[in-house]
Write a protein that binds this ligand. Structure first.
Ligand code: HEM
Length: 224
């Protein structure tokens, strides 16, 4: 047991936790985006399928356990990230993983704490808006579709959402490939593939989420 604690609290252990929780959160984003794709289409049908998906996700018992894992993943990722930041600041920096030949890497790697902090700030607003105010306060019968629609029809909320996605894109642009490097999965053969996948992931995922506020705002002004 002691060696596990020693490993996890060492610099390398913390980096390992960051990479595993980071990749776990990347998988969560994919599932989340897939669920949110139910929002598009003819409103009555979209409401039915999105509310059905949302109710299933929040009531199916095995998913409740996964949700706990997700919460733990976020807590570990954030606390270890902050600890690494201060540790690197006060002592010899362990050096954030850099991909050779990636000119933007130093800037994006040095700002992981700030891009992550903005994502965290947004997460608090997001969880309050949908989980606390709708799911917890109004229960499972409340329409999540109506809640999401109302939120995205508000230009201020949508603007904040889009800015948060920009920060998420920057975080993922460096984070995705760095996680693989931390795990030692970089080599002459695989590094270019991982870099390309990271770039694609950091663009497509935030873009997919960005389509939602844009869609509801355009619908509200009868532009589509
Ligand atoms: C959905 C949200 C998030 C995803 C998908 C994500 C993903 C990642 C990934 C893949 C890495 C690279 C890990 C490695 O190099 O091994 C990373 C690093 C990092 N993340 Fe996140 N992250 C998220 C949210 C956050 C939040 C909310 C914070 C809050 C502060 C944060 C702070 C950090 C920091 C500081 C690092 C760099 C740690 C170091 O110096 O090695 N992240 N993230």
């Amino acid at each position: 047991m002691g060696w596990i604690i020693n490993t996890l609290t060492s610099s390398i252990g913390k980096k390992l936790v960051m990479s595993l929780t980071g990749l776990f959160l990347c998988t969560f984003l994919l599932v989340h985006l897939y669920g949110n794709s139910n929002l598009f289409g003819e409103p009555a049908a979209a409401k039915l399928s999105f509310d059905g998906f949302s109710k299933f996700m929040s009531t199916f018992p095995p998913l409740r356990v996964l949700e706990l894992g997700l919460f733990l993943g976020f807590v570990l990722h954030i606390t270890q990230g902050v600890m690494l930041y201060f540790q690197n600041k006060s002592a010899r920096p362990i050096g954030y993983a850099k991909m050779p030949g990636n000119e933007t890497s130093p800037l994006l790697s040095r700002t992981m704490i700030w891009t992550g902090s903005f994502v965290f700030f947004f997460l608090v607003v997001h969880v309050k808006q949908f989980f606390v105010d709708i799911r917890l306060t109004q229960g499972h019968e409340a329409s999540m579709y109506d809640g999401v629609k109302a939120a995205f029809e508000n230009p201020t909320y949508s603007a904040l959402y889009l800015v948060a996605l920009l920060f998420l894109a920057l975080h993922l642009n460096h984070g995705f490939q760095s996680a693989f490097q931390t795990l030692g999965l970089n080599s002459k053969k695989y590094t270019p593939i991982i870099k390309a996948l990271g770039l694609l992931y950091s663009i497509l995922i935030p873009l997919g989420f960005a389509l939602m506020p844009i869609y509801f705002l355009l619908k509200k002004c009868n532009c589509i």
